[in-house]
Design a protein around this ligand. Structure first.
Ligand code: FUB
Ligand code: ZN
Length: 676
C-alpha cells in the first residue's frame, strides 16, 4: 500500500527503556503511522494543528511573555496563569516528534527562534518561568502549590528531549538542563529547601532526562520528589491535600484521588522511576491505583475526572454523564500512564485502556477539521447552550484561556506512532492496530487495516529475524471470537492473557491476517453508577457510540425511555469523515406540556409512548456539525439481554471483559448465565 507520510529514521520516542533492567516490553524503535484512521490524523496534526498552534501561542501572549522575560521586564505579562510557558514547550515537543517525517521549514524556523528566545529569557542561574520573572519577580519557588515552576520545567525537559532525539539539537537540552540544575540547587537532595511542586509532571521528565543523558542525579531528583509527596508539604490549599496527592505517602497510596491530571502524571513518574530503579513497591502502588481508576472512576469513553470544581476524579462510581469533566489532558495522561504500565508488565489490560481512551475520550477532544479542541468531554449534552464557550463548554474552540489541552493533543498525535508496537525479548508485540510500519532493526512488520471500522488487520513481515521469534497480537477484551491465519492457514494457538502469541521462524512476506469481530454491543454500567442505572450504551469494536441531535431532528433525546433494537447500518464514507452508523429503534415518550408543572408523579403513571428510529454515531465524531443535544447513555430499564440480544442477534458485554486476578494474570470475564 502506498504511504502518505515520508519515512522516519529509527529512533526513540518519548520513552526510551534501553537502560531498564525490569521492563517487560520496550517501545519499537521503528515506528511510522501512515494511511488509515490515525495516519490521516497525524498528517492533519502536521499540516493544520501544529502550524495553527504557532499562531495561537503568539496571539494568546505566551511568546510575548518570554520576550518580556528575555528583555528583563517586570510588567506587561499577558494572561493570568502561571504555566503559560508550558503550552509553548508542549507545542515545541509536538513539532519535534512530527519532524521525524521531515521538518516543515516554517515551523522549524519558529522553533529555532523560540529556542534562542528561551536561552535569552533564562536567568544566569538557570531559572526560567516568565510568570515569575515578569509578573511576580522575587517569588520563584515560593508558591510551590500553584506556581507550576516544576511543572513548566518538566514540559521544557520533554520538549528538549524530543528535539535532541529527533533532530540531534542540543541547544534546548542545555536550556532544560540548566533549569533542572536550578531546581536541584533549590529542592534537590542537597538543596536549600525541602519541597515539591503542586502539579506533578517533572518526575517523569527527570527520569527521561536520566535515560537520555545517563546522568543519575536526574533520576535521584525524581525519586526524592516522589519520596517527599504525601507528607503534607503543600498544605491543604483550597481543595485539601488529596487534590495534589500530598495526603498519603506515594508508596502507601492505593486510591486514585484528587486532580485527575496531577494524579495521572504523578503515576507516570512513579512507573518511570520503577522502570529505572526496579523498586517493586512503586509498580505495585501504580497498578493498584490504576485498578481503582478503571474499576470505579473511569467513564465508558475512558474519560477520567467527574468534578468541575477541582477538576478531580470524584468518588468511586460518581460518574455523571452530563456533568462529566473528563479533561482532554486527563485522557492524554491516562494513555501515557497505561503505556508505561504496559511496558513495565506486558499486561494487555493496559493496552485495552489505551485503545478505549484514544478512540473515545481523547479523540472527542479534537475536532474533525483539525481546528478545534474540547477541554471537557461530557457524555451527555441536553441542548445547544450556545453561550457556553471556552474551556468549560462542551463545544469546540480553537484555543482556551487555559490552553493546556490543545498542545497536549498535538504532542500525543505527533508521537502516537510510538504507542503502537513494542519489542519483547523474543520478538514484537503489536498492541494497537494502526496502519504503518513498526519493529526494530531485525524484525519489522507493515500493518494495513481499516480499523476501527473493520476488524481485519493485515500484518506483513517486511524484515525477518534469524531463527525463531514471537509476534504477539493483542486480542482486545471486547473481541470474543477473534480468529487469525498465517499465509492463509488458520492459526492453532489460542489467545492467552489478552495476547495471541505466534512463535515461528518468520520470512519476509509472511502475512498474518487477524479478524476481530465487529458487531454492535450493548453495554450496561455497574449498578453503583447511579447516574446511568437503567441505561445502556452502544459500542462497536473500540468505539463508543452516541445519539446526536444533528442526525435525529424531530426526536427529543431527553424523552427516549427504552431501546427496542439495534442494527449495524454499514459504513458511510461521506459522513463525518467516514463512520459506521448504528440504527436504533427506541420508544419515546411524549411529555407534552407536563414539564410546565412538576417533574415527579405516581409510580405507574407515564406519558404516551411511540416507537421511533434514531441513528447513533461514534462519540468521537459528535459536535462537528450544528450544535445540539447528545447522549451516550440511553435510558432502557428493560433487561438488555432480552430486549436487544433476542431481537437482532447482538451481544451484550460489560467492560472490562478481562479481569486481573490476584496474582496479576489477566483472565477473560466469565459470561453470565444466559448470555450468548
Ligand atoms: O495546572 C496545569 C493544567 O491546567 C492542569 O493539568 C489542567 O487540569 C489545567 O488546570
Ligand atoms: Zn488540559
Amino acid at each position: 500500500m502506498a504511504s502518505d507520510r515520508p519515512g522516519a529514521l529509527p529512533g526513540h520516542g518519548p520513552v526510551d527503556l534501553d537502560r531498564s533492567s525490569v521492563a517487560a516490553l520496550r517501545p519499537a524503535t521503528v515506528a511510522r503511522l501512515d494511511g488509515g484512521f490515525w495516519g490521516g490524523r497525524a498528517t492533519q496534526n502536521s499540516e493544520v494543528r501544529i502550524p495553527d498552534g504557532a499562531t495561537r501561542l503568539r496571539d494568546a501572549g505566551n511568546v510575548t511573555n518570554l520576550e518580556l522575560a528575555a528583555a528583563r521586564k517586570t510588567a506587561g505579562y499577558r494572561g493570568d496563569l502561571p504555566f503559560l510557558d508550558s503550552d509553548v514547550y508542549k507545542w515545541i515537543e509536538a513539532a519535534a516528534w512530527d519532524a521525524r517525517h521531515g521538518t516543515d521549514p516554517a515551523v522549524e524556523r519558529i522553533v529555532v527562534e523560540l529556542v534562542a528566545l528561551l536561552g535569552r529569557a533564562q536567568e544566569p542561574d538557570g531559572y526560567l518561568q516568565s510568570y515569575f520573572q515578569v509578573h511576580r519577580p522575587g517569588e520563584r519557588f515560593v508558591d510551590l502549590q500553584w506556581g507550576h515552576d516544576l511543572y513548566c520545567a518538566g514540559h521544557l525537559v520533554q520538549a528538549a528531549i524530543a528535539r535532541a532525539r529527533v533532530l540531534g539539537d542540543r541547544d534546548l537540552l542545555e536550556v532544560a538542563e540548566r533549569f533542572v540544575s536550578a531546581i536541584a540547587d533549590e529542592l534537590g537532595p542537597d538543596g536549600r529547601r525541602v519541597g515539591i511542586g503542586g502539579h506533578p509532571e517533572v518526575e517523569m521528565a527527570l527520569v527521561e532526562l536520566y535515560r537520555h543523558t545517563g546522568n543519575v542525579s536526574h533520576l535521584e531528583l525524581a525519586r526524592v520528589l516522589i519520596d517527599r509527596r504525601g507528607h503534607g508539604l503543600l498544605g491543604a490549599g483550597r481543595f485539601g491535600s488529596a487534590y495534589w496527592q500530598d495526603d498519603v505517602p506515594v508508596r502507601e497510596a492505593i486510591e486514585a484521588r484528587g486532580h485527575a491530571v496531577r494524579q495521572l502524571y504523578l503515576l507516570c513518574g512513579v512507573v518511570d522511576t520503577y522502570l529505572e530503579t526496579g523498586e517493586e513497591l512503586l509498580l505495585d502502588v501504580a497498578e493498584r491505583q490504576w485498578l481503582d481508576l478503571v474499576s470505579r472512576k473511569t467513564y465508558l469513553t475512558g474519560g477520567q475526572g467527574a468534578r468541575h470544581t477541582d477538576e478531580s476524579l470524584g468518588d468511586g462510581f460518581e460518574l455523571p454523564p452530563d456533568r462529566a469533566y473528563c479533561e482532554t489532558c486527563a485522557a492524554i495522561g491516562s494513555v501515557m500512564l497505561s503505556w508505561r504500565l504496559l511496558l513495565a508488565t506486558g499486561r494487555a489490560r493496559y493496552a485495552d485502556l489505551i485503545e478505549r481512551t484514544l478512540y473515545n475520550g481523547f479523540l472527542s477532544g479534537a475536532s474533525l477539521d483539525g481546528e478545534g479542541y474540547r477541554y471537557v468531554n461530557p457524555l451527555q449534552v441536553r441542548h445547544a447552550r450556545a453561550g457556553v464557550a471556552g474551556d468549560q463548554g462542551p463545544f469546540f474552540s480553537p484555543w482556551f484561556r487555559c490552553a493546556c489541552c490543545p498542545p497536549n493533543v498535538m504532542r500525543l498525535l505527533a508521537s502516537l506512532e510510538h504507542y503502537v508496537c513494542a519489542r519483547r525479548d523474543d520478538g514484537l508485540a503489536l498492541h494497537q492496530y494502526m496502519s504503518g510500519e513498526f519493529g526494530d532493526e531485525s524484525f519489522q512488520v507493515r500493518v494495513d487495516t481499516a480499523y476501527p471500522y473493520s476488524g481485519e488487520v493485515i500484518v506483513d513481515v517486511t524484515r525477518a529475524p534469524a531463527g525463531e521469534a514471537a509476534l504477539a497480537l493483542r486480542v482486545p477484551g471486547w473481541a470474543q471470537g477473534t480468529s487469525a491465519s498465517i499465509n492463509g492457514e488458520p492459526v492453532t494457538e489460542r489467545g492467552e492473557g489478552g495476547w495471541l502469541l505466534l512463535r515461528r521462524t518468520w520470512r519476509v512476506d509472511d502475512r498474518v491476517r487477524l479478524e476481530l469481530p465487529m458487531h454492535v454491543r450493548t453495554t450496561r454500567a455497574d449498578d453503583r453508577v447511579d447516574a446511568v442505572r437503567g441505561a445502556l450504551a452502544l459500542e462497536r469494536g473500540p468505539l463508543v457510540y452516541c445519539l446526536e441531535e444533528a442526525d435525529n431532528t424531530g426526536v427529543s433525546l431527553d424523552e427516549i425511555v427504552s431501546v427496542a433494537a439495534t442494527e449495524d447500518e454499514g459504513h458511510d464514507p461521506a459522513l463525518l469523515g467516514g463512520v459506521t452508523t448504528i440504527r436504533v429503534d427506541v420508544d419515546v415518550a411524549d411529555h407534552g406540556a407536563d414539564h410546565d408543572w412538576w417533574s415527579y408523579g405516581a409510580v405507574g403513571a407515564h406519558a404516551p409512548i411511540g416507537r421511533r428510529t434514531v441513528v447513533a454515531i461514534p462519540f468521537y465524531a459528535w459536535g462537528n456539525r450544528t450544535l445540539g443535544a447528545m447522549r451516550v447513555w440511553i435510558p432502557s430499564p428493560a433487561d438488555p439481554k432480552q430486549s436487544i440480544a433476542a431481537s437482532r442477534g447482538g451481544a451484550t458485554t460489560t467492560w472490562p471483559d478481562r479481569r486481573p486476578t490476584a496474582d496479576g494474570r489477566d483472565v477473560p470475564r466469565e459470561r453470565p448465565e444466559g448470555e450468548e
